[in-house]
Design a protein around this ligand. Structure first.
Ligand code: TXA
Ligand code: MG
Length: 347
């Protein structure tokens, strides 16, 4: 299959022309797949009403079909078509956080979307992205767009056009280049079919941020690694690079143990650069050890880079102290590192 590429990196200066937009709209309407940028990660988009499109998404990603997709919208009016009985508290949160990096699981109204989107569940996850390109496309196309992260199953989520191209060129109808995703980690998924709400996947919108809007509305975190997580996607094996990866906690001194550091990468904040052994490769995670936003933004592109660098045979990556704000980063990192951790003074 030929994959068409659109370069919309400069959308604030130049809107796509009518011909380009019509082409994109027609592909979605006819059940084709186009990957599009969002502020979290790139999504592999298809018309959520179209059986053919939804089946093609699962196929292109190699994804198990019991793992439901998030439906992306541009306006809350679209919700009336395929959801029902959304609580007043949920609507309040939607109005506050959307457009933005949080998905809400709400009761599904049957009959409008293709059945496979929700993997047979009675609920549906919805999100309104804020990315200028992603949002513009959703507005122009005006369809509910199902979009999982635009990676092959088992690979890291894509935060750059190049990552999507590497995984999906030849497997989808098109890819829209909209620059690097600002957030860098997938959205928070909040289960609003129960009250108190439950966080099914941690993201940059935290329990604390939600409870600032509605006090005491979020139950303690679900156990993400249990056999029965709320979000079916959390039970599947997640991406770990081929290069063995170890989390390094409390990295406060230069390693003293004798070691051949030649093929080792240290992925740490720039203010820890002086602690990295001279023979090792320093990879900047963020400017300083407080800068979680930047660490989230960079994480997946660094993981992509590890697998593409033949010179690196093992890597240590900086672990933040466990706080509400570091929850999403550490959740992804524990999976990528297969739970391997070390204290700084063990090195
Ligand atoms: O940031 C994001 O959310 C990105 C961008 C593209 O929007 N999308 C994304 O989609 O990460 P995906 O399919 O890779 O992850 C969706 C997660 C999965 O863990 C899935 O199991 C869960 O949301 N999920 C979706 N619908 C659900 C439902 N009705 N009940 C429980 N979990 C659901
Ligand atoms: Mg994914």
């Amino acid at each position: 299959m030929d994959t068409k590429i659109w370069d919309f990196r400069n959308i604030d200066a130049h809107l796509p022309n009518n011909e380009e937009m019509q082409e994109i709209k027609t592909i979605y309407e006819e059940g084709g797949l186009i990957a599009l940028p969002t502020e979290t990660v790139y999504g592999l988009g298809g018309n959520a009403k179209d059986d053919k499109a939804v089946k093609a998404i699962y196929e292109a990603k190699g994804r198990p079909s019991d793992n439901p997709l998030i439906v992306h919208i541009h306006s809350m009016k679209q919700l009336d078509n395929f959801t029902e009985n959304i609580s007043a508290a949920t609507l309040t949160l939607m109005r506050y956080f959307w457009p933005g990096p949080i998905s809400f699981i709400v009761p599904l109204k049957a009959g409008y979307l293709c059945e496979h989107v929700s993997g047979g569940l009675a609920s549906i996850a919805v999100r309104m992205p804020s990315h200028s390109v992603g949002r513009y496309i959703l507005q122009q196309v005006d369809l509910p767009i199902a979009a999982p992260s635009a990676n092959l199953s088992g690979r890291p989520s894509p935060t750059l056009f190049e990552h999507v191209y590497q995984d999906l060129n030849g497997r989808v109808d098109g890819i829209i280049n909209g620059d690097q995703s600002e957030e860098g980690l997938e959205s928070t998924v909040l289960d609003c079919t129960v009250f108190p709400f439950k966080i099914a996947r941690p993201g940059s919108v935290t329990k604390q941020m939600i409870e600032t809007i509605i006090p005491n509305s979020v139950e303690a975190y679900a156990d993400f690694d249990s056999d029965k997580p709320i979000a079916p996607g959390m039970k599947y094996k997640h991406y770990a690079p081929d290069t063995p990866l170890t989390i390094i906690r409390n990295f406060n001194k230069v390693p003293t143990k004798l070691n051949d550091w030649n093929h080792t990468a240290f992925i740490v904040p720039e203010n820890k650069k002086d602690l990295v052994p001279k023979a090792a490769t320093f990879i900047s995670l963020c400017a300083d050890s407080e800068d979680l936003k930047e660490a989230n933004h960079n994480l997946y592109s660094i993981l992509h880079r590890l697998d593409n660098d033949a010179n690196i045979s093992q890597a240590y990556i900086y672990g933040f102290d466990d706080t509400e704000a570091s929850h999403a980063y550490m959740n992804r990192l524990m999976k990528a590192a297969n739970q391997q951790e070390k204290e700084g003074d063990e090195l």
